[in-house]
Write a protein that binds this ligand. Sequence first.
Ligand SMILES: Cc1ncc(COP(=O)(O)O)c(C=O)c1O
Length: 391
Amino acid sequence: MRGGQMNTWQADTVAAQRRPVGGLVGVDVAPAIHPTAAFAAPTAAAFADLAVRRRAIDFYTRYGNPNHAETASVIAALEGGETALLYASGMAAITATIVAFGTGARVVAQRELYGGTAGFLDSIAPRLGIGVDFVHHDDLAGFDQALRTPATLVLLETPTNPLLRVTDVAAIATLARRAGAVLAVDATLGSPVNQQLLGLGADIVLHSATKYLGGHGDLTAGVAVTSNDLADRLWSDAYLFGATLSAHDAWMLQRGLRTLPVRMRQHNRSASAVAAHLTEHPAVVRVHHPSLVDHPQAELIARQMTGPGGVLSFEVRGGLEAAERVVSRLRLPSRAASFGGPTAAVVLPARMWSGMGSATVEDLVPAGLIRLAVGLEDPADLNMDLDQALS
Ligand SMILES: Cc1ncc(COP(=O)(O)O)c(C=O)c1O
């Protein structure tokens, strides 16, 4: 309990609000699943009412579903937001936001973005008539300048994938507000446990829920946490775009959320231990992780984050070929594209990013960079494995 506010995570408070169904006295402790495409209305009048209701959760699952509503309310509570919309992937949440708030107008985006987001802005946004100006994540004067010309959307990502750069959300929120632009931030790497960005002035917090929120590597999902007003606007496009999360994945996501705080505590601890270990290794040139005191934004991290997250990256001597050798020799982490699950995963961003359509990969991703996402394993085991792979 903190200042009268309970810390118990929200999945359990949602369970406490459940009502008995079908004349039962007992109430489900675990959420029920509603794998139905459509819902039958009792009368023609009720059908007509549901057909035009915004964000209905009992008309047609593409419009909404009780599993969406329950899972979204848990995520909204974790982020301190009014509401949340669920999508079929993180990219669906991001692109729906860009199209809803950027079409026919101008987006100001940070240059250091996940390769898929950068790829969309570089290669698809121009075809949709969306103008994009890029500013480096730490260039506040650049954001100030860019936001002196009318803009509708500012898009940030913090910490960044794969270099763990951190962006000053409060400072850019002030500039976005002055320009009348909506501020959306991809907060996937931090999770709501390590940072609360709506409180710093973000209007929309985006996640690839495929990662920490789901937490088990067994679903693909995205989420936008925001106000009821902005959610209505996003939903008006989203139900027509049709990138709806299935009821089953929404239900699985809620299951994952029940352990999010404990998982994140372990990810934070383990990744910090592995990052510290790597800084001592002679074959490693540089380590990137928010836990490190020599991180270029250490002061901002202390203000903005309460934990560093489970993703780190490091550069090895010898560039791409040396990095490929290290990745091939590792035994514990899977050589797999995602992160946020119970087991460690490793990728070579230079190889992965070049397939995502962004024009600026070489400038942003060092060739010898290895991204390692720790899982829930003992960090001592990972350190031992890294030592043999780097030797
Ligand atoms: C920071 C970030 N944002 C968005 C995405 C895209 O998410 P998804 O793969 O769920 O579409 C990813 C995927 O790795 C990511 O790392």
